[in-house]
Design a protein around this ligand. Structure first.
Ligand code: PTJ
Length: 244
């Protein structure tokens, strides 16, 4: 770990850098994950490094959608595994949903190392990609999925995604909940619900919201939710900050 003093005004953000670097060193996070993280940091800086009202609104709708799902699945890549393993496992527990490793950048042994990392953090089980079940409309490594996991899911939670799979999942008729700090990314634009927040802040809030969920009008909440409107709020917030 680096020697950033706790008094540094951006201590938390700098600590997260250490965590993602450690993920690369452990062979969990792809080296490309550092670039993705840097992009995320830039947007986090612009939204004020705190959870904003547009993210709270999306978290409420996401909790409703995930609670109503018949077969929700949590997709795990190398960045989120390094940044928030405990929160991912907690989310799996509150939803009674499996975690499934699904990565974009192929590297020998990385999928297995992610699985072991999650098991070490007490995940009850972790599904792995297979060649038995494949997603349509996609050519990358992300197409390989588990028949009892993403392949069968009606709602897929996919934090920090590259746009291709989100589009493929939607074309296959699945709902997608994502967490993405960039409201303009293809994933953010194509997901059913986009939580524009840092995954390390959003995941514990989502778990809490699901645990305490008592909205008798959950179906209406999901039906009324407009991702377009929420993303617009996020962009307006960013441009207000940019204008001082
Ligand atoms: O482990 P792999 O091989 O599956 O690779 C994972 C990454 C994230 C490298 C891969 O999916 C990728 O290349 O993603 P992109 O296309 O760079 O998109 C990542 C998105 O996540 C960007 O829009 C970033 O702004 C956003 N992002 C980065 N860090 C965070 C984040 N969003 C929320 N919380 C973060 N901590």
């Amino acid at each position: 770990m680096s020697d950033v003093p706790k008094t540094h005004p951006r201590y938390l953000s700098l600590t997260l850098r250490d965590t993602i670097v450690a993920g690369v060193e452990q062979g969990i996070t792809s080296i490309h994950g550092l670039i993705a993280h840097g992009r995320g940091e830039a947007f986090d800086y612009l939204i004020g490094e705190t959870t904003q009202p547009f993210a709270i609104q999306a978290i409420h709708a996401a909790a409703a959608m995930l609670r109503l799902a018949e077969h929700p699945v949590i997709s795990v890549n190398g960045n989120v595994a390094a940044l928030a393993p405990e929160a991912l496992i907690q989310l799996g527990q509150v939803l009674n949903a499996p975690l499934e490793v699904n990565i974009f950048h192929t590297e020998t042994g990385r999928e297995q190392r992610i699985r072991e990392h999650l098991l070490k953090h007490s995940a009850p089980d972790v599904l792995m990609p297979t060649t038995d079940a494949q997603l349509s409309y996609i050519d990358s490594n992300r197409k390989f999925v588990h028949p009892e996991g993403i392949f069968k899911a009606d709602v897929v939670f996919v934090p920090l995604e590259d746009g291709d799979r989100c589009e493929a999942l939607r074309k296959m008729g699945k709902a997608v909940v994502t967490v993405d700090l960039n409201p303009m990314s293809r994933t953010a634009q194509q997901a059913s619900i986009t939580i524009v927040d840092n995954v390390v802040r959003a995941l514990p809030l989502l778990c809490k919201e699901i645990r305490n969920f008592s909205d008798p009008t959950a179906e209406d909440t999901v039906a009324r939710y407009s991702n377009k409107a929420v993303l617009k709020q996020a962009l307006e917030h960013i441009s207000r900050c940019g204008n001082g």
